[in-house]
Design a protein around this ligand. Structure first.
Ligand code: FAD
Length: 509
């Protein structure tokens, strides 16, 4: 039956083809293969076109989701891409990495509450091999209800539209001539602010400390989730709007923020992320074979250590790897270690599957690839092999207590439950904090007690005139789309404020 004549709510959510789990565990090619045009049209036709679409409220950058789905349904792909890009300069990226299940798709009425719960249970069941449906009949009923009630796969259609735009739409060469804006950091917050401001006619320069642009999208998220070709193409799009990207430019060393403003920039946006890794503070963290996830992933991704034999970056990975943590960073580290040749990879997480912050899809993929999970487990010390290399990791079982300030149940140690996991490599992925360089070299800039920049969440304004901030450097580690939302709101405020002012005279560079 053609998609157009089908009743939208009767179609089941379309499955996205994937690389075989066994094969992909040994290569860095993309895991999820994307929708074909037919699948994208069928999925888009499931949208009920709600009069008051909750999905738009659930999207931190406010994409007109029903609008672009309707255009895809009508196969007007150029128009669909233009509508998405109107609010989102990086749709091919967001379609791949956004946690849609907690954003646009999490509030889709097609999911409904029952559907949303079933969706979550089924995802968790598949990811952890846990039988949550008590009987076969109940399972069948549950799965049938789920097929009917799953939310529209907005992210997958967005990815299709983003890829279509990259493949089919020629890039322009805009040469804005408006006021000058300095953007510090080329992660999703910085790129979004840069793209939005360039589109409005501002001369934007993005200063990036590393040799490659993209922030976590380049140094953190591996190729098998976000191919660098897609990232490069999205950055080329932002460049085509007129923004310039200056790599190898550490602000706070090469220039300071005040000196940039003094030299003629009309405003500055800080999007420097939260890339300083945390350790656990347990004995043995200084043995050889212990990595922070940040270093491990940066070597693998930015410095391309995964191209073994082709590039010189060393990245030693042993046979038995333990990754500590339960977020996307832990999943990425474990899956990279597997692809780098580890025989056994375990993830040790101190809470239960329900509290895991990683995207459901990443947990599911990791599980399919053979990554083992030790839930309710907390490391207490790293043991040596007798020669200052990792020999194992001692852990303790935990149980869940009362919710803590994050709202998640607090893990409580079970006395006498210590046990050892044999390991030669330990990767610590328990979180990051702010790099203090900009804060230290910008006198008077307000920071909170954890070192993050204080900025208004609605406008990005800091306490200093002409300086705005957003993304992880303000909120702490969050998500790509939240960082983009902050970049977008700050760009709008900068535009509003500069539009009110008489044009400043900018010095020639
Ligand atoms: P960043 O992406 O951190 O970019 C900041 C940039 O600023 C960096 O390039 C840095 O080099 C540069 N910089 C820092 N200091 C300076 C300076 N002084 N001068 C010049 N440049 C500077 N989120 C999701 O939504 N989905 C996911 O699947 C997901 N997976 C993740 C996987 C990993 C491994 C990690 C680490 C994070 C993941 N996240 C994910 C979180 C998400 O990537 C971040 O929330 C997001 O990238 C934050 O964007 P940002 O622009 O604020 O900062």
């Amino acid at each position: 039956m053609p998609a157009d004549s089908a009743k939208p709510e009767r179609l089941a959510r379309q499955h996205m083809p994937e690389q075989d789990a066994k094969e992909r565990g040994r290569n860095f090619d993309e895991v999820a293969l994307g929708f074909t045009a037919e699948l994208a049209v069928a999925e888009a036709s499931r949208c009920l076109q709600c009069k008051r679409p909750k999905c738009v409220e659930g999207c931190p950058v406010g994409i007109d989701i029903p609008g672009f789905l309707a255009l895809v349904r009508e196969r007007k792909l150029v128009e669909a891409a233009a509508l998405v890009r109107d609010r989102n300069s990086l749709p091919a990226i967001c379609g791949r990495v956004c946690p849609q299940e907690t954003q646009c798709e999490g509030v889709c009425v097609l999911g409904g509450k029952a559907g949303r719960d079933l969706h979550k249970v089924a995802d968790l069941s598949r990811a952890h091999g846990v039988a949550r449906f008590p009987t076969a009949t109940a399972a069948r009923r549950g799965l049938a209800a789920r097929a009917q009630s799953q939310p529209v796969a907005v992210g997958r259609v967005e990815r299709f539209v983003g890829d279509y735009a990259l493949a089919h739409q020629p890039l322009g060469v805009a040469t804005p001539d408006g006021p000058r804006i300095a953007v510090v950091g080329s992660g999703p917050a910085g790129l979004t602010a840069a793209g939005d401001l360039a589109r409005l006619g501002y001369r934007v320069e993005v200063f990036e400390a590393l040799h490659g642009a993209g922030g976590v999208l380049r140094y953190g998220i591996p190729n098998f989730r976000l191919p660098k070709t897609v990232l490069d193409a999205e950055i080329d799009y932002v460049r085509s709007l007129g923004a310039q990207v200056r790599p190898n430019a550490v602000i706070g060393r090469l220039f300071t923020l005040p000196s940039l403003l003094e030299s003629g920039y009309d405003a500055a946006f800080i999007g420097t992320g939260a890339g300083a890794p945390h350790f656990m503070g347990i004995p043995g963290e200084n043995y050889n074979g212990v990595y922070s996830a940040n270093e491990f992933l940066t070597r693998a991704n930015l410095m391309q250590a995964y191209r073994v034999g082709e590039v010189d970056t060393p990245l030693w990975v042993g046979e038995r790897v333990v990754v500590v943590g339960g977020g996307n960073v832990a999943m990425d580290s474990a899956r990279v270690a597997l692809r780098m040749g580890a025989r056994e990879v375990s993830i040790v997480y101190r809470r239960s599957p329900t509290e895991m912050p990683a995207r459901a899809e990443e947990v599911e993929h990791a599980k399919q690839e053979g990554i083992r999970f030790e839930f309710l487990t907390c490391p207490t010390r790293i043991m040596s092999d007798g020669d200052f290399w990792v020999g194992g990791i001692e852990c303790q079982r935990m149980e869940l207590g009362e919710p803590d300030e994050s709202g998640r149940c607090r893990p409580v140690p079970c006395a006498g439950s210590e046990f050892t996991i044999s390991a030669d490599t330990v990767i610590i992925a328990i979180g990051t904090s702010a790099n203090p360089l900009i804060q230290r070299t910008t006198p008077g800039l307000a920071v909170d007690k954890r070192g993050y920049i204080v900025a208004d969440p609605e406008t990005g304004r800091t306490n200093l005139p002409r300086i705005y901030a957003g993304g992880d450097i303000v909120t702490g580690s969050a998500t790509v789309i939240e960082a983009m939302g902050a970049g977008c709101r700050a760009a709008a405020t900068i535009h509003e404020e500069l539009s009110k002012q008489p044009r400043r005279r900018t010095r020639a560079k």
